[in-house]
Design a protein around this ligand. Structure first.
Ligand code: SF4
Length: 268
């Protein structure tokens, strides 16, 4: 793992998420190393040649770049972690996300966080100091053996579920991002049924088999789920309406069970 401390010029940047005003990414790269991670495009912009998951740049001066006194972000949303995980393992040592949160408290933005790590519970004391805050954990695989193949250094499904429980227990709004949905692997109904008593909203995203990850995913299937290869080829063929049907099923299920849900991304 190549770890490097770097200095950056800015840290709060305009968001390109479907909703949201600004994002903060305390790191470049992500030790979780998810095989499907769309953020690997960051390699192109940062000149990294290491495989995704094997480098992290620490934006060491990030907390100092957050203004001390401004109303600029008061009614705006700031999401922490759009192309990195703010609670990846190195955060234990650097506490960069924690320091950023401390600096954001006086600015009182609508705060959102996205992670695959149970380290997030460390900062509950800080989340409580935001008037508007939502903590989202992302989870789409319940089988820990499969999780290790696809998201090597992330927290186990149970740890993530327990983290959500803990955040909710502390009266902080929670979201569960079921992303990406792997056909025939992600049992989203089971995930909802296991977590609905401590999750306020569910967000969904289907697996996007864009060219740079396609090979990784088929390699994973060949090793772990060879029986699904043909099925995936059909689903990702031009005339398939698999995801339209799946989206309809999700919406119907959530409506019937009074589950607050949002299709965050629908990739065709
Ligand atoms: S945790 Fe998120 S940012 Fe990190 S590798 Fe996985 S998908 Fe990418």
């Amino acid at each position: 793992m190549k770890i490097k401390e770097i200095k950056v010029k800015s840290i709060i940047v305009k968001s390109n998420l479907p909703e949201g005003d600004f994002v903060i990414n305390p790191y470049i790269g992500c030790q979780h190393g998810c095989k499907y991670c769309y953020a690997r495009f960051m390699k192109r912009f940062t000149g990294h040649i290491e495989p995704w998951g094997e480098f992290v740049d620490i934006k060491i001066n990030a907390p100092d770049l957050i203004p001390k006194d401004t109303n600029k972000y008061k009614d705006k949303s700031i999401t922490i972690g759009s192309v990195t995980d703010p609670y990846q393992p190195i955060e234990r040592q650097y506490k960069l996300t924690r320091k950023i949160l401390e600096r954001l408290i006086p600015l009182q933005p609508h705060l959102g966080l996205m992670t695959k790590s149970d380290l997030v519970v460390r900062d509950i004391d800080l989340f409580k100091q935001f008037k508007d805050c939502i903590v989202a954990l992302s989870l789409s695989i319940l089988d820990d053996k499969i999780r290790k193949e696809l998201e090597p250094l992330s927290s186990s499904p149970n740890k993530r579920i327990n983290a959500l429980k803990e955040v909710h227990k502390n009266k902080i709004p929670t979201a569960l991002f079921i992303s990406p949905i792997f056909p025939e692997i992600t049992d989203w109904k089971k995930i909802i049924n296991k977590t609905k008593s401590f999750v306020d909203e569910y967000w969904f995203e289907n697996l996007n088999l864009y060219p740079s990850i396609k090979r990784e995913i088929y390699r994973f299937l060949k090793k772990n789920k060879p029986e699904l290869i043909e099925k995936y080829k059909n689903i990702y063929s031009k005339n398939s309406n698999y995801w339209d049907i799946e989206e309809r099923n999700i919406k119907e299920f959530c409506k019937k069970n009074k589950i607050n849900c949002r299709i965050y991304f629908h990739h065709n």
